[in-house]
Design a protein around this ligand. Structure first.
Ligand SMILES: [Zn+2]
Ligand SMILES: [Zn+2]
Length: 148
């Protein structure tokens, strides 16, 4: 025992609680063609057609499909089509070193490495990848009923 040391009181457990979250910011989209005119859109459609019948929600597949709602939709996990022209080659090569040039990057956007099937709730709903913060959305993969 250290003379004069007074141990701190034990920390009280924080009870379960709810907290409203709101986010507001500006996204700076680079110029892009209309979706249907994107030369790689056919790859998206082909993947969609080939996998939709057996597709399962990426989130529900982890935390349980009872958390899912709505139909199933194909999501771009890292970068969506409308941002593809803004991808920095050196930055993306840190995680995807096989991408050798901007043409390869443009093709990669419409490949399975960048796709996740999500139910509507986990895609565009309150617990959606386009709605919840990254921290909350990823925690929702493993924490049941995190977001309502
Ligand atoms: Zn889901
Ligand atoms: Zn999406």
């Amino acid at each position: 025992m250290i003379v004069g040391f007074i141990p701190p009181p034990p920390m009280a457990e924080t009870p379960a609680h709810d907290q409203t979250e709101a986010h507001r910011y500006v996204v700076h989209y680079p110029s892009h063609l209309p979706r249907e005119e994107d030369p790689h859109y056919k790859a998206f459609e082909a993947y969609h057609r080939a996998t939709e019948k057996t597709a399962k929600c990426w989130v529900g597949n982890r935390i349980g499909f009872d958390s899912c709602a709505g139909g199933i939709e194909l999501h771009h996990a890292f970068v969506e089509f409308s941002l593809a022209n803004g991808i920095d080659l050196k930055a993306i090569q840190i995680d995807f070193p096989d991408l050798q040039d901007n043409d390869a990057v443009q093709k990669w956007v419409e490949t399975d490495q960048n796709f996740r099937w999500l139910c509507v709730f986990h895609h565009r709903g309150h617990a959606g990848a386009h709605t919840a913060s990254h921290a909350d959305w990823t925690a929702g993969l493993y924490v049941k009923a995190l977001i309502s």
